[in-house]
Write a protein that binds this ligand. Structure first.
Ligand SMILES: NC(=O)c1ccc[n+]([C@@H]2O[C@H](COP(=O)([O-])OP(=O)(O)OC[C@H]3O[C@@H](n4cnc5c(N)ncnc54)[C@H](O)[C@@H]3O)[C@@H](O)[C@H]2O)c1
Length: 344
């Protein structure tokens, strides 16, 4: 198959418009675009020169369209399971936005459905794995330059207040769509990816001081124990009074990296030949800023379809990240140490 044989349907034109533009940029055809809000269809259809006959307000039109072979699901999280299951039944390849789903029941059902359709490729859109600073950090870690990791700290700090103003009912105010699973999954996935393993013990706290409109903690902190003497800490705040950030620190036996998703440099500290780290000046490493690198994300998916290369962010990766997030929520709510269950 060639990239121009990929015929894409996009469901949901919020984040979905970035994926749509990624698909167009990479040379795929647009089959249909879908949004329940006609104004979004008009705005993004016209913006991308997509003729009106390719606009629809009913996502089933994408499922039933025989020409479409790739579906990008970028609807509110609560809808992912139903749309994934329908697209798989119709034989479509799927790229679904994070979080894969919001409950353990939905996660298990999605894993089963994907396993039942090996003819369909499935990728979960963990976009942080395409953020230039994070990609660079991963490469430095893999080069061995900072030795063995013993601690990683990351955060998802993003002010959602504007979404709930004026009495608007927002899908992010659903009790199951709490900040940890919905947004914190970015930081948890980043930590899992940088360490290359899964947390096996999680303890957490939560507070609720910033967003009275949401029925869940609007700030959480979790401590996570990984195999091989690796520790981690994650902070999630969905009402923070600052710009969106995912500041991240990786401590290794030979060096330390400090970076985020919004800066054009990262700092590296590397021990001298005697192993001393205290006297070292930071090495300033330039990085591109691209917080929503949807083109790179689509390119990876398209490469998998065209060249049959393996998908990195499989359904299991998406599922494990959410299981860890659900464990943070459970630990915050119960005060208990949770051992996540990764058996799907
Ligand atoms: N990767 C990232 O960095 C990132 C960033 C933001 C959101 N997201 C994820 O992307 C998804 C969408 O979030 P968003 O911020 O774009 O939300 P949004 O509310 O801004 O946009 C969602 C769009 O989907 C449309 N929609 C809702 N139900 C629909 C349906 N049944 N059929 C067709 N269209 C429908 C809405 O009208 C809206 O235009 C969520 O899963 C979210 O968690 C990911």
């Amino acid at each position: 198959m060639k990239v121009e044989n990929l015929v894409v349907g996009v469901i949901g034109l919020g984040m979905g418009r970035a994926h749509l533009e990624g698909a167009i940029k990479y040379g795929a055809q647009v089959g249909l675009i879908c949004d329940t809000n006609p104004a979004k269809l008009k705005e993004w259809g016209n913006h991308n020169n997509i003729p009106e006959e390719k606009w629809t307000t009913d996502w089933h039109d994408i499922v039933n369209n025989k020409d479409i072979n790739v579906v990008i699901i970028a609807t509110p999280d609560q809808q992912h399971r139903e749309q994934i299951e329908a697209c798989l039944e119709a034989g479509k390849h799927i790229m679904c936005e994070k979080p894969l789903a919001l409950t353990r029941e939905d996660i298990d059902a999605i894993v089963k459905a994907v396993e039942a359709h090996p003819e369909c490729k499935f990728m979960v859109g963990q976009i942080c794995r395409f953020t230039p600073a994070f990609v660079k950090a991963k490469k430095i870690i893999e080069s061995g330059a900072i030795g063995d990791i013993y601690f990683v700290e990351s955060e998802y700090a993003h002010d959602y207040q504007h979404m709930f103003e004026g009495g608007k009912k927002h899908w992010r105010a659903d009790p199951v769509r709490n900040g940890v699973v919905g947004g914190g999954c970015h930081a948890v996935d980043l930590i899992r990816w940088l360490i290359g393993d899964d947390p096996n013990e999680i303890y957490a706290y939560g507070t609720h001081k910033l967003l009275p409109e949401v029925p869940y903690h609007d700030a959480n902190i979790a401590i996570m124990k990984f195999p091989n003497e690796i520790m981690s800490k994650v902070f999630v705040s969905t009402g923070c009074k600052r710009d969106y950030t995912m500041r991240t620190l990786v401590y290794g036996t030979k060096g330390t990296l400090i970076f985020d998703n919004r800066s054009d440099t990262m700092q590296g500290f590397f021990a001298d030949e005697k192993g001393h780290g205290a006297s070292g000046k930071p090495v300033i490493i330039p990085v591109d800023i691209n917080n929503h690198n949807a083109t790179a994300e689509f390119k990876e998916f398209a490469d998998c379809l065209v060249n049959d290369t393996p998908i990195a962010t499989t359904v299991y990766e998406g599922a494990k990240t959410i299981v860890a997030c659900l464990s943070i929520v459970e630990a915050s709510n119960t005060g208990k140490i949770i051992n996540p269950d990764y058996n799907f």
